[in-house]
Design a protein around this ligand. Sequence first.
Ligand code: OAD
Length: 252
Amino acid sequence: MIPEKLREQLAKARSVAVLTGAGVSAESGVPTFRDAQTGLWAQFKPEELATPRAFRRNPKLVWEWYAWRRELVASAQPNPAHIALAELELLFPKFNLITQNVDGLHQRAGSQHVIELHGNITRTKCFDEDTVVEAWPETDAVPPKCPKCGGLLRPDVVWFEESLPETAIGAAIAASSTCDIFLSIGTSTVVYPAAELPSLALNRGATVLEINPARTPFTDRAHFSLEGTAGVVLPVLAAVVKKGRKGGRKGA
Ligand code: OAD
């Protein structure tokens, strides 16, 4: 399943960057966005739920939709893909996990250094002040109000038409442009600027591997493409890396 050439590169890599998308959490029961039958955007309209304009128009609807997703995520468990990525982090001197996911499942699986490009659904912030709000008084208001300024509270996620957090995208660009190996996993590679990161790594000379059961606009450009689900492929990859790097150290 893992080509010999890729095994060799993994055995000697010092710096790895990984980009994950919704597909990595699919086997935890968290729906993706663009899969034809099951994706969230097959059932809901992003412009009615995931833009600042949508929130201004109908804050209650948007808050409740995210509350539903927050509950879904809270009851989900990390799957073998998340766990394998946490294991892989320990096997390389430098390992950056960049995620578009807002579900926090990488951290719950034990990943230590996670760059969250699109925020985190478990956090809340003030719509007016753009600052994280940890707690607010019990209320029937939907959405609740900011205890400091009275503005509306919203999930701390990036919506369409909004910029990505500067520190996160800066760290993601730095990691992607300096890594030896780049893994693009479970993402349709269509939402920018995240979708640019695999190309950036490629142009800077990294070996790029894609893991996805379906083809993406990036598939033909990747050096290696493993067709399969993340929950099946990543544990195999982690086992191969573990074995390869042990062997490498002994021989050194
Ligand atoms: P998408 O829903 O666009 O793509 C999910 C990808 O995962 C597809 O390429 C699937 O083929 C693949 N996939 C499905 N099941 C999988 C599995 N078990 N293992 C591996 N891959 C699997 O999700 P993203 O690319 O993450 O943005 O979407 C990017 C952004 O668009 C999201 O962060 C979100 C969305 O609108 C915001 O909310 C800002």
